[in-house]
Design a protein around this ligand. Structure first.
Ligand SMILES: [Zn+2]
Length: 372
């Protein structure tokens, strides 16, 4: 397999790790953040702009791409890399999250999940085998196994049932793999139940996947509840495999999760918030629609190399108030650049044995924010 994970450095006083994940489309320096390209596009940005944020690896969505344009069209046009013009590593999700997010349109049996398309109402049957076949047709570097995500809070039996199905489906995904150029990551479920999480992690670790994800979090629980799950799950996962926390999170969440031993992230927070006029900065988030920015000549963040920071806060605010498409584009570019610079600084801090003081300084700066 053309995949390996080199663990280069462990931070003292923390479980933070500095590593390199090697894929057929190049290396990913970890910890790393993957921008979300649900429909084979990071909303609002050209692929060169995505690259210029410092992104190394991006995410595509199996469910959405299978419905539109269809995985066979993508495969016939040379695969997802060529289709969207991205030559770096790509991870595709399995569709499991849509079992949760589209739950009213989903029926789950042991064999498969059946969805009603949100586009035309047609039925899509997503079995573990079908999810892997779609992801192989898309040609992503990393495929996620199909997992059973349920809404929380839920009864213990329901969480346990979904967790056991997730393990059985992981085995079926693995048996269905035909591609040598795609690594499968297994997904630990188990809700907020620590015993179930540890049990699920151990079962999946025994199957020896090339990487592991922690799923079913950031679905409405408090940040501390998520951190407590990571406290027990990370030590139960193999140290020599990459660990991916799915769908998380805020800048604070990323540092807390890195501290607990997470290597990979994806989240819509920087892009979705950017489209809604919220910019992340080292002194906390700025809401560009607020009147306080109307005459402010400063950039969002001094020293930021993004496209938005060539302009003033006053100009960016004007774009949003005038409903101009450039506003969301520029703030998306800024927020993704902010996330990539944060992760690059975290990697540097881990390597320099300074991760603990780095996170303390970031936390203090974010806390000192005046909401603006
Ligand atoms: Zn910027």
């Amino acid at each position: 397999m053309p995949f390996s994970f080199d663990l280069q450095h462990l931070a003292p006083g923390s479980a933070a790790r500095r590593g390199t994940f090697h894929t057929p489309h190049g290396p990913v320096e970890t910890p790393a953040f993957m921008p979300v390209g649900t429909q084979a596009t990071i909303k609002g940005l050209t692929i060169d702009q995505v690259r210029s944020t410092g992104a190394q690896m991006i995410l595509g969505n199996t469910y959405h791409l299978a419905l539109r344009p269809g995985e066979e069209i993508v495969r016939d046009l040379g695969g997802l890399h060529r289709f969207m013009g991205w030559d770096g590593p790509i991870l595709t999700d399995s569709g499991g999250f849509q079992l949760y997010s589209l739950a009213q349109n989903t029926k789950i049996t042991e064999q498969a999940a059946v969805f009603r398309s949100h586009i035309d109402g047609s039925l899509l049957e997503l079995s573990p085998e079908r999810s892997i076949a779609i992801q192989e047709a898309l040609g992503s570097d990393v495929a996620m196994v199909l997992d059973h995500v349920i809404a929380l809070p839920a009864a213990d039996e329901a969480i346990q049932d979904a967790c056991q199905r997730t393990i059985r489906w992981a085995s079926r995904c693995r048996a269905a793999a035909k591609s040598q150029n795609q690594a499968q990551f297994a997904i630990v479920q188990g809700g907020l139940n620590p015993e179930l999480r540890v049990w699920c992690a151990a079962q999946l670790a025994a199957l020896d996947f090339p990487g592991y994800a922690v799923g079913g979090l950031s679905v409405g629980e408090a940040p501390d509840e998520m951190y407590r799950v990571l406290d027990v799950v990370c030590p139960a996962l193999p140290t020599n495999k990459p660990r991916y926390l799915m769908g998380v999170g805020t800048p604070q969440d990323l540092l807390e999760a890195i501290h607990r031993g997470i290597d990979l992230f994806d989240c819509v927070i920087p892009t979705r918030n950017g489209r809604n006029a919220l910019a992340f900065t080292d002194s906390g988030p700025l809401r560009l629609r607020n009147a306080v920015h109307a005459k402010d000549d400063r950039p969002l963040e001094a020293g930021c190399p993004c496209l938005a920071c060539r302009d003033s806060r006053a100009y960016l605010r004007h774009l949003f108030l005038a409903d101009e498409m450039l506003g969301p584009i520029l703030l998306t570019h800024h927020n993704l650049t902010y996330y990539q610079r944060l992760l690059a600084a975290a990697r540097q801090a881990i390597a320099a044995d300074a991760f603990t003081s780095f996170t303390a300084a970031k936390r203090a700066a974010w806390r000192s924010q005046v909401v603006a």
